[in-house]
Design a binder for this molecule. Structure first.
Ligand code: 3PG
Length: 401
């Protein structure tokens, strides 16, 4: 269902579910890519004279009001980018939201406070989600769902609300699927997927489904230590999902059976602690506890040999999908792995796609331009699950899968 299928939206209150989950540092947005990516839909709706009620999540505040995750700075940034005033409601379905929505004139915009300050948004209990979605639905006549980054979540504003209000997908979802379809329908070989980042449990889950679809899988970021542990290596104080070690052993065996290369780091950067002022050394990946920091050592980036090996595979590939930074790129000493991988992606003679809020932020913060890559997707987990061939609740409910 497209926006046109909703008929004339002139004068209608349209709830627009965006993914404005942007990275913030000290209250400042460090990458506004997701706000920019939302603009085409918002502008198209404003042009029609709709009254826009924008909703989004930011971070994972777990159903609690937490000023650290307020969307207020995002509303301010949106006003700058769209070039007109944007109102902000300090709650999502309460008095502030109701008053702000009632005050909208045709073409006006309000951003409501973080959806995830309400436990109903992410509840696993259907009735709780439906109850929250019903409260939200009172604020709109129709729903345009455009938060591609969150379509893999069965959450109230993504799934349940679309069943209550007349609903359609926005232009961002359509544009994202256009590119991602090219990765799922006959991707040109060699096809390489690079996985990193910090949402380790989410990403370990997708590997089993990705294996039969790719030629090489390069593993960096937080999940690499679970792979090293699965090979019997000690990983010091690095991020480790102990209960996933057996699963990962299964992936390594399955990759061998399928003839897929899982490429693991041969060296890592190990730090004395988490921080820009930490001491750090590069060490072979099987000797993480043999540094001066012993078992307290913390792996925070892939090493230069690994980065060079990854870069060589990436440059030879015809199709590349990258999700998740290779290390803690926000801290200068641990940004090199991510920088080297990003640079290699810019040299791919084929389709290169960077997926996810953190990876997109990383390439921009490290000084690359969007047009150096085939596509920068706003979806991290969402695009990975799409590539796995999974059905995504937020797409299915709109008739897009
Ligand atoms: C993302 O950053 O991938 C999306 O905004 C979804 O966020 P979530 O993983 O917290 O649901």
């Amino acid at each position: 269902r497209t926006i046109e299928s909703l008929g004339s939206l002139h004068g209608k209150r349209v709830i627009v579910r965006c993914d404005l989950n942007v990275p913030l540092k000290d209250g400042q947005i460090t990458d506004d890519g997701r706000v920019r990516a939302s603009l085409p839909t918002l502008k198209a709706l404003v042009e029609q004279g709709a009254r826009l009620v924008i909703v989004s999540h930011l971070g994972r505040p777990d159903g609690q009001v937490n000023p650290k995750y307020s969307l207020a700075p995002v509303a301010a940034r949106l006003a700058e980018l769209i070039g007109s005033p944007v109102a902000f409601a300090t709650d999502t379905v309460g008095e502030s939201a109701q008053a702000a929505v009632a005050a909208l004139a045709d073409g006006d915009i309000v951003v409501l406070e973080n959806l995830r300050f309400n436990a109903g948004e992410t509840s696993k209990v259907d009735a709780e989600r439906v109850a929250f979605a019903t409260e939200l639905s009172a604020l709109g006549d129709a729903l345009v769902s455009d938060g591609f980054g969150v379509v893999h979540r069965k959450q109230a504003s993504v799934f349940d609300l679309a069943q209550i209000l007349p609903s359609a997908a926005g232009l961002l979802i359509a544009a994202e699927l256009d590119v991602l379809d090219r990765l799922t329908e006959k991707p040109e070989a060699p096809y390489t997927v690079i996985l990193g980042g910090s949402k380790v449990s989410d990403k370990l889950g997708v590997i089993g489904h990705l294996l039969p679809r790719v030629n090489s899988l390069l593993i960096g970021g937080g999940m690499l230590f679970t792979f090293l542990a699965a090979q019997g290596h000690k990983v010091g104080a690095s991020l480790l999902e102990v209960d996933q070690i057996e699963t990962v052993r299964g992936y390594l065996a399955e990759a061998e059976r399928l003839g897929v290369k899982i490429v693991l780091p041969t060296d890592v950067v190990v730090a004395s602690k988490f921080g820009a002022d930490a001491e750090y050394v590069t060490t072979p990946a099987d000797q993480i506890e043999d540094t001066p920091f012993g078992a307290a050592g913390l792996g925070l980036d892939i090493g230069p040999d690994t980065a060079a090996a990854f870069a060589a595979i990436i440059r030879e590939s015809k199709t590349v999908f990258w999700n998740g930074p290779m290390g803690v790129f926000e801290l200068a000493p641990f940004a090199d792995g991510t920088r080297t991988v990003a640079a290699a992606l810019t040299e791919v003679n084929g389709l290169s796609v960077v997926g996810g809020g953190d990876s997109a932020a990383a390439v921009r913060i490290l000084g690359f331009n969007d047009d150096q890559f085939g596509h920068i997707s706003t979806g991290g987990g969402a695009s990975l699950e799409f590539l796995e061939g999974k059905r995504l609740p937020g797409l299915e409910v709109l008739g897009w899968q």
